[in-house]
Structures are given as C-alpha cells and as structure tokens.
Design a protein around this ligand. Structure first.
Ligand SMILES: C=CC1=C(C)c2cc3[nH]c(cc4nc(cc5[nH]c(cc1n2)c(C)c5CCC(=O)O)C(CCC(=O)O)=C4C)c(C)c3C=C
Ligand SMILES: [Fe+2]
Ligand SMILES: [Fe+2]
Length: 329
C-alpha cells in the first residue's frame, strides 16, 4: 500500500458507552475531572465530584440519554462515524488518493490512542487534527490538545502535526448553517419563527480570563443573520447547558424562550451552531426540555433545526478545512 500523504484525526467530546447510570458515571467522572472543563481546586472538587455529583447526577442523566439513544448507539458517536466515512469519501474524490480519517473522543471511546494507532498502521506520518468545535473554547478545543499530547507521550517517534484551532467564521461553515435554516423554512412551506441561535455555554469567568468563545459565537451568529438577510428583531443568540452554581454566559436559552412566549411570541425556530453533531444537548435539552419550557409559557410552535451532522455541505466544509490546513504536505 502506498504511504498516504497525511491522515486526519476528527475529534469530538465523548459520550457514555451505554445509557445506564454506571456508564454515565464513568463518562462524567473522566470528563468533569479535566481541569480545562472544571478548574475548581482539586481536593475540593474531588469531594464535590465524588461526594455529590457522581452520586446523584448519573441516574438522571442516564434517563435523558435513554430518550435519545439510537439503535446503533449514542447519537454523538453514531453521527461521528457517519461524518468520518463521508469525509474519507470526499477527500478521496478531492485528492485522487485515499486519505485515512479516524475519529477520536477526548473522553471515553474511541480513544486518541486507539485512533492514533490506526493512523500509524495505515502508514500515516503527518496528522491534521480537526476538533469538531467551530468556536474555540479552552473547555473543548484546548482539552483536545492536552489529551492528544497525553496520548502521544508514549509515542517513540512523533508524527508531524497540525491543529485546526477554530472555524467559526469560515464562509463555508456560515453558508452551510444558512442553507440548513433555509431548507428548514422551505420544508415548513415558508413559515418562519423568530430564529434562536443557542450555543453551549461556559462559565462567564472563563470568558473574563480570556477564552474567546463568546466572541466567536457572536461572530458566527452575525454572519449567519447577514447571510439570511435577517433584521435585528428576527433573531437572537443565547447560551444553554448551564452546569453548577456560578454565572454562565448570558442570555440563557431557557429563560429567553420563556420570556418570548410570555411576551406573545408564538413561533420559534432554534438551531445550535456550536454542535457539529446532534447529541444529548440538542436532542434532549433543545428538542425535549426547552420545547416544554416554551410551550408551557404559552408559545405555540417550536421547531428544532438539526445540527449540520453529515449534510453534504458540512462534509464539504470539513474537506475544505483539510485542504487549507494541509497545504504543502
Ligand atoms: C462542567 C462544565 C462544562 C463545560 C465548561 C462545558 C463546555 C462545553 N461542552 C460542549 C459540548 C458538549 N457537552 C456535552 C455534554 C455535557 N457538558 C457538560 C458540562 C460542561 N460542558 C456535562 C456535565 C455534559 C454531560 C451531560 C450532563 O451531565 O448534563 C455534550 C454531549 C455529549 C453527548 O454524549 O451527547 C457535548 C457535545 C461544548 C461545545 C462546550 C463549550 C464550548
Ligand atoms: Fe458540555
Ligand atoms: Fe444539558
């Protein structure tokens, strides 16, 4: 087999192996112990994590996973595998040769070690790391970087590496989001609700310490609104998935939805641009939980617009990113 010019490592967050309290406890235990995600001093955080969170949260969260679990497994992983296959096919068409593409998760399986060994076995000496996070955050993208360094610490000869930091303002990303929103409106016979762009939040403090995430989210939102020709009163951006007691980025998605419904807003179309693949945070928190928030407060029509997943224009964006970041290889 000829040596490939390079390989691609797609990375997403990670997800439990099963929708059970035991599997969710293992997953949360690894994820929430990462200092990039929760920076509370270790001894105190160990007590809170093991004494409170991992005792009570897994049961509740496992039920939420059960409501979105697919026949083949967790949505984040099932969709990740589809993205991996589609990207490999797109790259082969584009480059006229097979480019190995592997999927790894920062937490859980498939691990970086597993994916790295597959790339090595395919003869790959140069790796483009593509975290599936359009907007940079220390809690996601930087955590990928740390985990990768840990996986490579046992590697006797490092591969050559490049790392995509973010793509929040890439024209093909903005166009793919705009096209998916237009497709959704068309499927509703042209009926439009107010557009909510709901991003996974982070603690406000992380932004104050220099995390560019909210600036990236604001830019993505403005560019999408411009691409769709929306007026200021036709859209808003918000943050979801709050965790813990401290203040997170505002405005909060749930509170905004309730306020809109109470003010007489009848229709909302909601999209979550920070997720490259649908997962618990979209399929359960947006499709189920926030729909209820809106309807109970008097709203009528609530429509969730799926993540870009394996849409052709999303795969084409990923292939463009690969082409741009592997120049000269
Ligand atoms: C504790 C702090 C958390 C920070 C900071 C955080 C940032 C962050 N997360 C994503 C993407 C995803 N998060 C997902 C689930 C999830 N996130 C947190 C906590 C933080 N996230 C928890 C505790 C969980 C698990 C569910 C729960 O217990 O409520 C997922 C979904 C995984 C799945 O299996 O489907 C994704 C994806 C981003 C993009 C982000 C910051 C920008
Ligand atoms: Fe999260
Ligand atoms: Fe959530």
């Amino acid at each position: 087999m000829p040596t490939p010019r390079f390989g691609v490592l797609l990375v997403n967050l990670g997800t439990p192996d099963a929708p059970t309290p035991e599997a969710v406890r293992r997953y949360l235990g690894e994820f929430l112990w990462d200092k990039r995600v929760v920076d509370t001093p270790r001894p105190l955080w160990w007590l809170i994590l093991h004494g409170v969170i991992l005792r009570f949260r897994p049961r509740k969260v496992a039920r939420a996973y059960q409501s979105v679990w697919m026949a083949e497994g967790s949505p984040l992983l099932v969709i990740g595998r589809r993205q991996q296959r589609s990207l490999a096919a797109a790259l082969e068409r584009r480059h006229g040769e097979a480019i190995p593409v592997e999927l790894a998760m920062t937490y859980g399986k498939p691990s970086m070690e597993e994916a790295g060994l597959k790339l090595r076995d395919a003869g790959v000496e140069r790796i483009l790391v593509l975290p599936l996070y359009p907007q940079f955050s220390r809690s996601t993208t930087a955590a990928v970087f740390d985990r990768l360094a840990r996986a490579l610490s046992a590697c006797p000869h490092l591969p050559e590496l490049r790392f995509v930091r973010d793509y929040h303002d890439h024209p093909a990303y903005v166009q793919a989001l705009a096209a998916s929103i237009r497709d959704h409106w068309q499927a509703q016979g042209g009926e439009r609700g107010k557009l909510m762009l709901s991003y996974h939040g982070i603690p406000q403090r992380y932004a104050e310490q220099g995390d560019p995430y909210p600036r990236h989210c604001e830019t993505t939102s403005r560019l999408v609104a411009e691409a769709l020709g929306l007026g200021d009163d036709e859209w808003q951006m918000t943050y979801q998935s709050r965790f813990g007691r401290e203040e997170w980025l505002k405005p909060y998605t749930d509170e905004t939805l309730k306020a809109w419904a109470r003010e007489g807003g009848e229709r909302v179309d909601i999209i979550s641009p920070a997720f490259a693949a649908d997962c618990l945070e979209t399929l359960e928190e947006l499709e189920e939980e926030n729909r209820e928030n809106f309807v109970q407060a008097g709203g009528k029509t609530y429509r969730y617009i799926p993540a870009l997943n394996d849409r052709a224009d999303h795969i084409d964006l990923l292939a463009q990113l690969v082409g741009q970041h592997t120049q000269g290889w």
